[in-house]
Design a binder for this molecule. Structure first.
Ligand code: CMP
Length: 139
């Protein structure tokens, strides 16, 4: 069943480069409602658990180091068809392949430092959202 929710993070590169405001503007202009949001920093343990599915990948160490090096903005977003529409808004994982006007095309610098995360399924959106937010933090 579609929950009409997705989970996102504005990653440390985009925060460092001063893009929080511009990215949130793109997200809300595209019709997403922010139902939960926090400015936080992942611990090593948080990042290893969150990205556990990538544990065997050669880039896992680099990914965890990157995601813990500074603060992130995490959020749960609501919109009809949220997962698919958000992935269209952010563009391909590698900004070199991302379409013009997408968030990654505009703000990402590399496949590793790609500015934003977007859940890839309704199931993962629910798991990722509950990893970052308690029920009382979702409005
Ligand atoms: P995301 O899709 O948000 O979650 C998994 C992340 O792993 C992905 O963004 C990238 O940041 C990172 N990633 C995926 N492929 C590579 C790669 N080939 N090299 C480095 N990082 C990668």
């Amino acid at each position: 069943m579609s929950t009409n929710r997705t989970f996102t993070m504005i990653k440390p590169d985009a925060v460092e480069n001063g893009h929080i405001g511009a990215i949130l503007e793109k997200i809300t202009a595209a019709g997403f409602k922010i139902v939960a949001m926090k400015y936080t920093q992942l611990s090593l343990r948080d990042a290893q658990e969150f990205y556990g599915v990538h544990r065997e990948r050669p880039f896992f160490g680099e990914l965890v180091e990157f995601m813990t090096r500074g603060p992130i903005v995490s959020a749960i977003l609501e919109k009809e068809n949220a997962v698919e529409d958000f992935r269209a808004l952010i563009g391909a994982t590698n900004p070199a392949d991302a379409a013009e006007g997408t968030i990654r095309k505009m703000f990402a610098t590399s496949i590793g430092e790609n500015a934003v995360h977007g859940s890839d399924s309704d199931e993962n959106a629910a798991l990722e959202g509950s990893f970052h937010f308690a029920g009382r933090e979702i409005y």
